[in-house]
Design a protein around this ligand. Structure first.
Ligand code: ST9
Ligand code: ZN
Ligand code: ZN
Length: 333
């Protein structure tokens, strides 16, 4: 049944105008790839990123100790910014654009692209390309955040060094026609820097200052830097923690795990054993909206007529998979 689904998805692959409407098969694990023999290429540190990421985290720490001096409205605004930027990654770059697990109307795609710029995690096109190679070549040299290189590398280290050449080589061969055909994605890519300055830094800082007289310093360090750093770390925990700690009810032969704590902080993206087993499922989980605000958001968008065609794995297929390759921790199998 699983191959049926894959062929079905491959069969739906089109190009040209309809491309933005299609599904993708580029997120399916490719077991024909083998790492090159011999010594690994040297690790080259990128000092600019090391310095910027250190400054960001020092700024976030300052934001943390400034919390008592922030007004309640500013703290509420911080949560709002957290949720918007998180949705730009989860419902946008991840479930819509990397995996094509549902379809979104133009207004929703515009919202998700703006929200995505607020999250400042590279533009949607680059994010999705890295994410497709992550699924296709998971835990190998061609995986940008290969978790077999340890927690630190999978978490943040991969953004502080040059990429393994295989990531770029395999990434260049990926089918990206669906994203190239999406005008919203290409517009965000063309204007990425400006959109980040406005949405990740200016809007979070200026709204509390203008509307309720918060000090610019507090507004910059809490809804600005602290919120940005927390969203980044919540995202990175999916690559680090959820590839290391948790059960493997669906496939015990792969590293990704079910991690409820990560699911909570990443608004639904911690059911990672399920997600790598069924990457096209719009809920990234067997359990719908449970610990999964992103699924609730996509459901709401469908209810409002702004999204449609959610892909979901059937219960029978999940149970068959649990029985065939699960680690025994899921009782519904
Ligand atoms: C960030 C991203 O944080 C986080 C992503 C996390 C993913 C998580 C997934 C988990 C599941 C989803 C859960 C969501 C949960 C959300 C929860 C929310 C609460 N294929 O890059 P360069 C080309 S970003 C094909 O310079 P270097 C590239 O086009 C944080 N080609 O490589 C270029 O070509 P050309 C902010 C590729 O020199 C050339 O290669 N951003 C691919 O090795 C060189 O590219 C940063 O910190 C590919 N995959 O540098 C910036 N990749 O020359 C970080 C590259 O022709 N990035 N190419 O133009 C960098 O500074 C650099 O990329 C680098 C590597 C230093 C890391
Ligand atoms: Zn993963
Ligand atoms: Zn994914």
């Amino acid at each position: 049944t699983e191959t049926v689904t894959r062929n079905h998805r491959a069969g739906k692959q089109q190009n040209g105008d309809a491309a933005a409407e299609t599904s993708t098969v580029e997120d399916v694990f490719d077991d024909t790839y083998t790492e090159k023999e011999g010594p690994k290429p040297p690790r080259t540190l990128v000092w600019r990123n090391i310095i910027l990421m250190s400054l960001l985290h020092i700024g976030a720490l300052y934001g943390l100790i400034a919390i008592p001096s922030a007004s309640a409205l500013t703290l509420a605004w911080t949560v709002v910014c957290y949720l918007i930027s998180a949705l730009g990654v989860t419902a946008g770059a991840h479930r819509l654009w990397s995996h094509r697990s549902y379809k979104a109307s133009l207004p929703l795609r515009v919202f998700l692209a703006l929200a995505n710029s607020m999250a400042f995690q590279n533009d949607i096109y680059e994010w999705a390309r890295d994410h497709r190679v992550h699924h296709k070549y998971s835990e190998t040299d061609a995986d940008p955040h290969n978790a077999t290189r340890g927690f630190f590398f999978a978490h943040i280290g991969w953004l502080l060094v040059r990429k393994h050449p295989d990531v770029i080589e395999k990434g260049r061969k990926l089918e990206m026609v669906d994203l190239k055909a999406d005008k919203v994605v290409m517009f965000q890519r063309r204007h990425y820097k400006l959109s980040v300055i406005i949405l990740c830094f200016l809007v979070p800082t200026l709204v509390p200052w203008y509307f309720w007289g918060e000090s610019l310093v507090v507004a910059y360090f809490i809804p600005g830097l602290l919120r940005y750093a927390v969203v980044l770390n919540a995202t990175w925990l999916v690559n680090s923690a959820a590839h290391i700690w948790g059960n493997r009810p669906y496939d015990k032969n792969i590293n990704p795990r079910e991690n409820p704590l990560v699911a909570f902080s990443a608004i639904g993206e911690g059911f990672h054993n399920y997600h790598h087993t069924f990457p096209f499922d719009y809920a990234t989980s067997e359990f719908g909206c449970k610990l999964n605000l992103t699924t609730a958001f996509i459901d709401l968008m469908c209810f409002l007529g702004l999204a449609k065609d959610r892909k979901k794995v059937s219960k029978e297929m999940i149970i068959a998979r649990i029985q065939r390759t699960g680690d025994g921790s899921n009782k519904s199998g």
